[in-house]
Design a protein around this ligand. Structure first.
Ligand SMILES: NC(=O)NCCC(=O)O
Ligand SMILES: [Zn+2]
Length: 486
């Protein structure tokens, strides 16, 4: 059984051209003119792009005394509706501290539910012999990324020595450390200060997490990664201070990557000062939304290449769950949604406005992260032999974003009312149509697959070679040149 996507303009990270795409089973078989197949998918007056990869989701995450309400079923269907064909979810170890048991837990819940493909990042929330011993097996199972929370003191936060130990282990294993860069000690102190002063509403969330706490942590993580000799990926970069640290590191040849979120690119801190408590609380996430100057910095970073990926950090809690923080902002579950809207909002606010080219749009929504996570060109590419994860992207299919019609099961949408000019006409995951606009598509639980990612991406290999050439050497001294008497 073959399918041919006909009449579209293919857009990849490096060029755009008119061609058809022939799919056989799950794979792209040919790219060229006048191709034919058993079934035709119409791409006339549309673009054909690689399926989006969202490398930052927290579906069903247990967090802050509750569990994120977006399920793997609803989340992956929302992803398909928005043109995302792979997501990478964060696995959190449970009370027994075992990384391997945590993977089993995630497999048991996620795999029967997913409509599109899935990868995992593993969270390192402390340091022990057991974690050290289990990390190689985690990597063997296709999880080549380890996330470190520098915030959430008393819960997920790791100390510098723990982070250094884990980064060194990542260097040995060919894995990539990720960090949530916010100084958790400062956040805790500022939360206490604002609560004591009577600032208990969601605006206190923004006050207690200023850009300085993010900039400090980003700089610290970069230096720790450099000392450990490992590349570093900084999730949800929201401000100029963190971006500046990344730019500076990259300028020095360090392998550091930065990921802004679509929310930080388009929503600003005024959301936290909204008169309606629920409106403001629904937008509480960490880091918080920033002002226009920070947004401009993030957009510039995407165009300049100092920031490489746009993600969502989809951690969606219902309004009812947000009400856990009515008495004080520190108890509002942190997280927002975006999985369904990432591509459409980025296209409308980025490409339509001239901030990004269509090719840059593809780079930051799929290709760059596929390379960073070592799953390219199976994912993030339109080449023969790649998985047929493809989106027929219709630049004339406009809509107004609203919770009333979304596939996400959350009762609101932080992008409510935003007009988008483009959407998927079709989304294909490994050759299957998982979303067809206006055709009553349904979730297909269990058809998605776990995608293992091998260790030692090429940037890691290069850095290892460089570090071993320049590593400290022991100096053999003539005993006569060593003073005696100590
Ligand atoms: N970002 C956020 O507020 N919630 C999800 C957990 C995290 O990534 O920090
Ligand atoms: Zn985070």
């Amino acid at each position: 059984m073959t399918k041919v996507i006909k009449g579209g303009t293919i857009v990849t990270a490096d060029r755009s051209w008119k061609a058809d795409v022939l799919i056989e089973g799950e794979t792209i078989r040919a790219i060229g003119e006048n191709l034919s197949g058993d079934e035709v998918i119409d791409a006339s007056e549309a673009y054909v792009i690689p399926g989006g990869i969202d490398p930052h989701t927290h579906l069903e995450m247990p967090f802050m005394g509750t569990r994120a309400a977006e399920t793997f079923t609803s989340g992956t269907f929302a992803a398909a509706a928005g043109g995302t064909t792979m997501l990478v979810d964060f696995v959190l170890p449970g009370p027994d501290g075992s990384l391997l048991n945590a993977i089993e837990d995630w497999n048991g819940r996620a795999l029967p539910q997913i409509s599109v493909d899935l990868g995992y990042h593993m969270a390192i929330t402390g340091w022990s012999e057991q974690i050290h011993a289990e990390m190689p097996e985690v990597v063997k199972r296709g999880v080549n990324t380890f996330k470190h929370f520098m915030a959430y003191k008393g819960a997920l936060m790791v100390e510098d020595d723990e982070m250094f130990a884990s980064f060194q282990r990542c260097a040995e294993l060919g894995a990539l450390p990720l960090v949530h860069a916010e100084n958790g000690d400062l956040v805790a102190a500022l939360q206490e200060k604002y609560m004591a002063a009577g600032t208990t509403g969601p605006e206190g969330h923004a006050y207690s997490r200023p850009p300085e706490v993010e900039g400090e942590a980003a700089n610290r993580a970069i230096m720790i990664a450099d000392a450990a000799g490992v590349p570093l990926y900084i999730v949800h970069v929201s401000c100029e201070q963190a971006h500046e640290a990344i730019r500076r590191a990259r300028q020095k040849g360090m392998r550091v990557y930065g990921e802004p979120l679509i929310q930080h690119l388009v929503l600003d801190e005024r959301e936290y000062f909204h008169a309606d408590w629920e409106h403001a609380a629904r937008r509480v996430m960490s880091p918080p939304f920033r002002d226009r100057g920070h947004q401009d910095s993030l957009w510039a970073g995407l165009a300049a290449g100092s920031l490489q990926v746009v993600a969502t950090d989809h951690a969606a809690f219902t309004t009812e769950q947000k009400r856990m923080g009515l008495k004080g902002f520190p108890s509002i579950p942190n997280g927002t949604g975006g999985l369904e809207d990432r591509l459409a909002v980025l296209w409308s606010k980025g490409v339509e406005s001239g901030r990004l080219t269509p090719e840059e749009f593809v780079a930051v929504t799929s290709t760059n992260i596929a390379k960073i996570l070592n799953v390219y060109p199976r994912k993030g590419a339109i080449v023969e032999g790649a998985d047929a994860d493809l989106v027929v992207w219709d630049p004339k299919l406009s809509k107004t974003i609203t919770a009333a019609t979304q596939k996400s099961i959350i009762d609101y949408n932080v992008f409510e009312g935003i007009e988008v000019s483009a959407q998927p006409r079709y989304t294909l995951s490994r050759g299957d149509v998982v979303w067809a606009h206006g055709q009553n598509s349904q979730p297909q639980p269990g058809r998605g697959r776990f995608i293992p990612r091998p260790a030692f991406p090429s940037a890691h290999k290069a850095l290892s070679a460089w570090k071993s050439l320049n590593s400290p050497r022991r100096i053999e001294r003539d005993p006569q040149n060593i003073p005696s008497g100590v």
